[in-house]
Design a protein around this ligand. Structure first.
Ligand code: BGC
Length: 333
């Protein structure tokens, strides 16, 4: 072999080795590979946390992220927000697993289902990485703490509101984010318990939206077609009521329909102003994110942290939205 070909050969091997190690590094450090390198290099962070939401681009979760990022900025924490683009349990679990593999200092996430989440949460905590549940608890796991809504109570509040708004007489359809996830099950259970004693409130149908507004609208169409007697809807996740309201307006049935939803996203507030949605359950996503980061810092500093912090839950109706000088309803700022 000539000297030239030996050099080319060695360079080839060197190139191969470099690309192998790069792909191993990036494959392993999946969680951090998308971070701007400058951010990583220039700043010294005290801790590195990961927030794994149910759905990345969901407007509700963007509020949790905002709270978490603000707290992280204040306390010198690097916070990554990573998870499934669209709600997907496997992706969610994989992201938690990868975050643990890249040895972050703490993981903030939901406890969506006991069977799938608890064993993983336990494994991560046993490996020395604390997990705090946010928005949806996993009380039977080894998670260190929970911050978020009391989901059963929030459903109960919605049920009481339904009774008040319909004077105890309604044929209700429920559209829920999922039949299998803890928070959605608890909300439905709370609602059912609240209306149980009302003999004239009947639950006609329950359908699943997979937390998608489009799916919620499809299910609302289907319900109206199959059950013309339905005159009330309860949507149990942030986008359900928006999907329902679109359909109700399309059929021009606002007058005879009582819709109760979840969360205070701008579209929901618009529908409340117009009277299409009667009431919504208020959650505090920003506070959940902010509080979760501070709780994690306290845990890492060895401080005692309450095992459950319930953020506030209440009902909002058009009356809670102040009138502008022109008589239009304005949302609470
Ligand atoms: C729930 C979140 C959920 C979101 C879906 C909210 O009401 O608290 O857990 O991911 O709805 O849009």
């Amino acid at each position: 072999m000539s000297r030239l070909s030996i050099t080319a050969y060695s360079l080839g091997i060197l190139f191969f080795l470099i690309s192998c190690s790069l792909s191993i590094f990036y494959g392993y450090k999946v969680v951090t590979h998308h971070l701007p390198q400058e951010q990583m290099a220039n700043k010294k962070y005290k801790y590195h946390f990961v927030l794994v939401p149910e759905e990345l681009d969901n407007e509700y979760w963007r509020l949790v992220e905002k709270g978490a990022k603000d707290a992280a900025k204040k306390h010198g924490v690097m916070l990554e927000y990573v998870g499934p683009k669209q709600a997907n349990l496997d992706d969610h679990l994989k992201t938690i697993e990868m975050s643990a593999a890249s040895k972050v200092d703490g993981i903030l996430t939901q406890g969506l289902s006991d069977a799938q989440f608890n064993p993983l949460i336990n494994k991560v905590v046993e490996s020395g990485i604390p997990v705090i549940t946010v928005d949806t608890d996993a009380p039977n796991s080894k998670r260190m703490a929970y911050i978020g809504t009391d989901n059963y109570y929030s459903g109960f509040l919605a049920g009481k509101e339904m009774i008040a708004d319909t004077k105890g007489k309604a044929n209700v359809a429920i559209i829920t984010g999922s039949f299998y996830k803890n928070h959605q099950q608890q909300r439905v259970k709370g609602f059912k318990d609240a209306v149980r004693s009302e003999i004239n409130i009947k639950i006609i149908d329950i359908e699943e939206s997979e937390i998608s507004r489009v799916r919620a609208a499809e299910k609302a169409y289907q319900i109206i077609a199959e059950h013309p007697e339905v005159n009330a809807f309860f949507g149990t996740s942030a986008l359900d009521d928006i999907g329902i309201a679109q359909v109700i307006e399309k059929y021009n049935k606002q007058k005879q329909m009582t819709i109760i939803g979840f969360d205070t996203l701008p579209e929901t507030l618009d529908y409340i102003k117009k009277g299409t949605i009667k009431a919504t359950v208020v959650q505090e996503p920003y506070k959940m994110g902010y509080g979760a980061v501070e709780m994690m810092i306290n845990l890492l500093k060895g401080k005692t942290v309450p095992s459950i912090v319930h953020t506030n839950t209440s009902i909002l109706t058009a009356e809670d939205l102040p009138l502008s000088p022109l008589g239009r309803l304005e949302e609470n700022k």
